[in-house]
Design a protein around this ligand. Structure first.
Ligand code: ZN
Length: 239
């Protein structure tokens, strides 16, 4: 199964590398040719992106989804995620087509908003949601680390993708109820060196929020290991 998955992703990577060589300058959201002045996303797509403005609304839908489940200070997502829409194309290119620059660019847009948000102040450290090492091996990278890196540039706060580790590859989450999702995630995340996060306000970065179970488990692992405050920010929120 794993060999099959990994060869499939290698093939996908090979095809996208080939397309990238033949057509290097296409918009990662709509696929049209970019002008020389444009970078990764065309001007029209950038203008049309469905921004949530959740960074200025503490009681937003992401926060409400996580209320009562995990002790967090603030939670938001940059964009609305809809199937078949441009945000899905951007995230697909970031996750599966080696377009890690898209993660940095969207991380920049996220960081710019968090910087002016009264809710997201005094962050000490940025940590991306980790992938299991088998997944890193098949994909080649953790997409959330690139988002975190872009956010870090704009917030002027360091990010570190080795503080929180993922020790178990988990089953797919969608068919489980809330309790078994939580049970399924217990013990998945660990902090090998808790001293680094002691009394720190941590910004946890994810790509797309769906059930929130992964973020919940990450937040618990960080709080259990001495972090003082957790804030959450994702690129997109699946409605
Ligand atoms: Zn476009």
């Amino acid at each position: 199964m794993e060999i099959h998955q990994s060869s499939k992703s290698q093939f996908r990577r090979w095809v996208s590398d080939l397309i990238g060589l033949l057509f290097p300058n296409l918009c990662n959201a709509c696929g049209i040719n970019l002008f020389r002045s444009e970078h990764l996303i065309c001007t029209k797509c950038l203008y049309d992106l469905p921004f949530t403005d959740y960074h200025i609304h503490a009681e937003n839908r992401v926060a409400k989804q996580l209320w009562g489940r995990t002790p967090f200070h603030a939670a938001m997502a940059l964009l609305y995620f809809r199937k078949g829409a441009k945000v899905q194309n951007l995230i697909h290119n970031l996750k599966y087509n080696n377009k890690t620059d898209v993660g940095i660019l969207l991380g920049n847009l996220l960081g710019e908003r968090l910087k002016v948000s009264p809710i997201y102040q005094n962050i000490d450290l940025i940590i991306p949601v980790p992938l299991h090492h088998k997944k890193i091996r098949s994909r080649g990278y953790n997409q959330s680390a690139f988002i975190a890196s872009g956010t870090s540039e704009k917030l002027d706060v360091i990010f570190n993708d080795s503080i929180l580790t993922r020790n178990k590859a988990t089953d797919t989450q969608t068919k489980k109820n809330r309790y078994s999702r939580y049970e399924n995630m217990r013990g998945v995340f660990e902090v090998p060196d808790p001293e680094i996060i002691k009394d720190k306000h941590i910004l946890l970065i994810d790509d797309v929020i769906t059930t929130g179970a992964t973020l919940e488990a990450c937040a618990y692992a960080l709080m259990d290991n001495g972090a003082s405050k957790i804030s959450i920010a994702a690129l997109a929120f699946a409605e």
